[in-house]
Design a protein around this ligand. Structure first.
Ligand code: SAM
Length: 239
């Protein structure tokens, strides 16, 4: 269960409204029942419900279960999609261990708005479900040109270009030179449902730290493409 407070053994605290509701009404937990807590910083702790009242739940923190661990520094840069597709993407990419989400507006991005609070809530639920001890960061949307201008060259981009002749992703990642494989910061960049504009692909292809990859001959939906790329990345370079 994700909480925002610092986790220290022996501390007792009142759960926030969301957590209290979840424990009492969804999970039907009672006094003395165990829960497991994480906050993205201190590791994972055993805890017990110390008091369950009409509107409040008190939790007592016990021993550390697992020390804090990180996730590979992989950002998912994606063009905002329709509500259901973006919810699905955030949930599944969090399960697959993404460290950060960077929404990117491109020429052919159809969606114009993104509810970052809802995305953060989806990420918390997915992190809890998958028992990762960190939450992915969710950055403010940026335009593609702005993103490229401010890009940190230490972070290498895996560009899912389009269905077509690009080198298959598994081959491209397996063949990376050993110094590139040592890179600590990565990004996967996928286009919108309308695809990248030719000028955007030209701009991206000139970056010295980009690896264009293909995901097969089929045109995948943007959310499918991002998740497929992430799964292959994790199996070859991640954990
Ligand atoms: N309108 C585009 C077209 O007709 O080619 C399709 C865009 S696709 C729905 C959305 C994004 O997913 C693309 O911009 C690309 O980043 C990624 N994508 C989809 N299929 C892919 C594939 N087979 N290989 C690499 N990237 C792919």
């Amino acid at each position: 269960l994700y909480v925002t407070i610092d986790l220290k053994p022996g501390t007792r605290f009142a759960a926030d409204e969301r957590t209290a509701h979840y424990l009492k009404n969804v999970m039907r937990r009672a006094v003395g029942d165990p829960v497991i807590l994480f906050n993205g910083r201190d590791g994972e702790f055993n805890a017990t419900l110390a008091d369950v009242a009409k509107k409040t739940v008190e939790i007592e923190i016990a021993a550390l279960r697992r020390p804090q661990m990180g996730v590979p520094d992989i950002s998912l840069c994606f063009a905002p999609l329709k509500k259901d597709a973006v919810d699905f993407l955030v949930e599944k990419a969090t399960e697959l261990g993404v460290a950060a989400f960077q929404p990117v507006f491109t020429k052919h991005t159809a969606a114009t708005r993104l509810n970052l609070e809802r995305l953060a809530a989806n990420a918390i639920e997915a992190a809890e479900q998958t028992e990762r001890l960190t939450l992915p960061q969710i950055h403010e949307p940026r335009s593609l040109s702005d993103l490229i201008d401010g890009w940190d060259p230490a972070r290498r981009i895996i560009l899912c270009a389009e269905a077509g002749p690009a080198l298959p992703i598994a081959e491209a990642l397996s063949n990376l030179k050993s110094d590139v494989r040592q890179t600590n910061a990565w990004a996967i960049l996928c286009g919108p449902e309308g695809g990248f504009a030719r000028s955007e692909l030209d701009l991206l292809s000139k970056l010295p730290f980009v690896t264009p990859v293909g995901l097969g001959p089929r045109i995948l939906r943007a959310d499918t493409a991002a998740l497929a790329a992430l799964a292959v990345f994790q199996s070859i370079l991640g954990d």
